[in-house]
Design a binder for this molecule. Sequence first.
Ligand code: GAR
Length: 204
Amino acid sequence: MLNNKARIAVLVSGGGTNLQALIDAEKSGIIKSGKIVLVISSKADAYALTRAKNAGIDVAVVARKECKDTKEFESKITDKLGEYGIDLIILAGFMSVLSAEFVKRYPERIINVHPSLIPSFCGDGFYGLRVHEAALEYGVKVSGATVHFVNEVTDGGKIIAQKAVEVKDGDTPEKLQKRIMEEAEWVLLPRAAELISKSIKEQK
Ligand code: GAR
């Protein structure tokens, strides 16, 4: 049955390589219990929007900087999610922290990919390349990625999956970011999306 698949919205802000991994996983059948029906970007010029359009997925831009406050930003997002009957929200490089009020409306229905082994290098201020800069500065020999449920604590929700990735001599933040994406994020996120979609589908 096609129509009881979990309806997925992916929220993005940038390049969208994790979005691409999700799109590819749906095509290859790794994600079979869910369907990506909407991509929302907080930035009008995010390349992720092009990836979505190329895959024939509807897009919406809710530009953070054009909203007067968090309330307006989140109410625009909520409207779009409602319009598309979204069951599962995937944060894939979404660079705005969602308020407690927002996340409480979707308990265990929002997942996020974070580029470190939580609880290391996470929380407010740790996003994108900054995470890898902090890991290299600390001198850890292993980093990785985490997929977790989103709750009112930044990067504090229940962990769904983690994968360790080796830090190598001579790593730059960019090199480490690329290795963690390739070896961990692009593998874990689609798997987690299928896992949660399956349980949503069974409840529908
Ligand atoms: C990814 O590494 C993702 O884990 C990270 O931003 C990058 C987005 O890349 N997210 C965070 O740091 C969230 N705290 P992408 O746009 O190519 O998927």
